[in-house]
Design a protein around this ligand. Structure first.
Ligand code: AMP
Ligand code: ZN
Ligand code: FE
Ligand code: FE
Length: 274
């Protein structure tokens, strides 16, 4: 039984449609796949139809843009009520922040000789309910300014680089509570990747567990073997579920993010959803 609990479709910044994603999951030998688009559940229905057709079990999820002490943190939510109004209100604020950021981000790119229009970005974002920096990167590629998304994230669009602009994110503890109140399970995504590394200490993870966090994404392409060993010990100590996943984005991210790159133990999934 192979289970991948973190993937993105083109409803956010992945490149597969939800049904292509599910078919690709089947072809990659997965029995269970979670669709966890950024800040949006728009892909659930199409993914469910494809899952029923090809015989894959779909776990319905989301990856919420959150922050803790000024640092970006991603929170996975699973099997919650997508009509729970307080959560919808928070997602609306996050999606609004994505839209509000765009003019300022494009002004900075223009200052650096890379003019783009909002229409050009939204055109490459296509069906996305949550557009993001990867779409800006795609528009930059289309103009011939850069070679690939990795270059955009290396030289332009991250904190400390010339075209970085922050945006609204949910408070991390508040987001855990919203997922819980919506009847779902909250799992902290790649806690020791990038910026959140160093912030999400064992002590903070313990407070999150007390606040209702259900699990930790231990196996993720951004975690090395030492990270995984340490996070596993923390999860065991706190009684949290340990998950493993790919964070697949189709062709939008490197080959180490392929479907099934990391998997979740079936007993851990049952414990998570029990
Ligand atoms: P945003 O949604 O605008 O905050 O952009 C963050 C997204 O960019 C996350 O989904 C990341 O997976 C993605 N991302 C971060 N670094 C890279 C990279 N080097 N190449 C492609 N995508 C990336
Ligand atoms: Zn993404
Ligand atoms: Fe993430
Ligand atoms: Fe992700």
């Amino acid at each position: 039984m192979r289970i991948d609990l973190h993937t993105h479709s083109n409803r956010s910044d992945g490149t597969d449609s939800p049904s292509e994603l599910v078919r690709n999951a089947r072809e990659a030998g997965l029995d269970v796949v979670a669709l966890t688009d950024h800040d949006a559940t728009e892909g659930w229905q199409e993914a469910q139809e494809a899952a029923d057709e090809v015989g894959v079990r779909l776990v319905r999820g989301i990856e919420i843009s959150a922050e803790y002490e000024g640092v970006s943190v991603h929170l996975l939510g699973y099997e919650f009520d997508p009509t729970f109004q307080p959560l919808l209100d928070e997602l609306d604020r996050i999606l609004g922040g994505r839209t509000q950021r765009l003019p300022r981000l494009l002004a900075k790119l223009a200052e650096h000789g890379m003019p783009l229009t909002e229409e050009e970005v939204l055109a490459v974002a296509g069906d996305a309910a949550a557009w993001g920096r990867p779409h800006v990167a795609d528009a930059m590629i289309a103009k011939g300014y850069i070679k690939d998304r990795a270059e955009a994230f290396r030289d332009w669009l991250v904190p400390g680089k010339p075209a970085y602009v922050g945006r609204y994110s949910a408070d991390l503890f508040g987001a855990v509570e919203l997922v819980r109140r919506a009847g779902g399970r909250a799992v902290i995504a790649h806690p020791w990747a990038r910026e959140s590394r160093g912030k999400l200490t064992a002590e903070v993870l313990e407070r999150l567990a007390e606040a209702g966090l259900a699990g930790i994404e231990v196996a993720h392409p951004d975690h090395d073997a030492d990270d995984r060993t340490a996070l596993e010990a923390i999860a065991d100590d706190l009684g949290l579920v340990k998950t493993g996943s790919s964070d697949y984005h189709g062709t939008g991210k490197g080959p180490q993010f392929h479907l099934g790159a990391n998997t979740t133990d079936p007993a851990e999934l049952e414990r998570l959803l029990a």
